[in-house]
Design a protein around this ligand. Sequence first.
Ligand code: NDP
Length: 331
Amino acid sequence: MPYTPAPARYDSPAFYRRCGHSGLKLPLLSLGLWHNFGAGDDYANSRAMILRAFDLGITHFDLANNYGQPAGSAETTFGRVLRENLAAFRDELIVSTKAGYDMWPGPYGDHSSRKYLLASLDQSLKRLGLDYVDIFYSHRFDPETPLEETMGALDQAVRSGKALYVGISNYDPAQTAAAARILRELGTPCLIHQPRYSMLDRVPEQGLFDVLKREGIGSIVFSPLAKGVLSNRYFAGLPTDARAVRDPRFLKPDQITPALLAQTHQLDAIARERGQSLAQMALAWVLRQPAVTTALIGASKVSQIDDNIGAINNLNFSTAELAAIDKILAS
Ligand code: NDP
């Protein structure tokens, strides 16, 4: 299917924020392909979401070796869209992937050894149909592998031309500081950290953001909508096409409790006063943090991406709004 991107996609320079102390700018919203881009998902819908994102100036697409069902199939889907629709725009794209979780049988398909990371990167490049990814991540800290070995593998990925930048995900503040030091000594600075952060999960405020600011590392925060809970998705019950019903591995219906819904309804009231949907306010809220470069959203429909992009129309919070949000979250 022929595709011509929207000519106006770069009309808002303010949509791009510098990633830490690097030369790389990332869009305020990035699209993640964890859910809804696998072999079992509707390819036409997956492609429509990727192309809509690109039309809106979302240049950054986040993958991992294990995304999609079966694992790896989200990279295959993205590789097909790249080949069929976006090949001419490779230099306008930031494509990231990761390794760190269970991927193939035996002792070399999990965790963070050099053996696993570099083999996994080769596999990812094949599925994506790319010579290099823009960012390659260690997906999680591995207490059984020397950090020097894991960081050495990231450095090797860059030196071999298979990645332009490196990042880490799910590392705590001390692990992050140690990784940053090793990478700096190797001459491949840590570009970015990928932690979970949302109104319902504020752990990075307890030290991680301070380390990132000190080290000049950017951040891309995942699940900013708490997998859909910080939106109107569950206001009228459990829709059959919602994540908690379709794929409850990581978001179970019983996690969406009446108490949680009471909180999200109150947050929604504040969002309405700001002229926003709850999802838009939740995204603006994570972007208020100076340490956050970009909010990493997921989506199951084009209309959600259209809604979420509206977050950028009101990124400012008054002190009273922030205090009201804190009060609801503490209730
Ligand atoms: P979100 O918190 O953004 O949740 C996305 C889900 O929220 C969508 O699938 C959709 O749910 C719902 N949604 C999105 N927009 C709207 C809207 N406007 N109105 C109503 N509902 C909406 O992020 P994810 O949990 O999907 O994670 C995003 C990305 O982060 C992943 O794709 C992945 O790239 C990355 N990630 C990284 C991890 C790591 O360890 N590094 C771990 C987890 C994620 P529904 O499907 O029900 O429609």
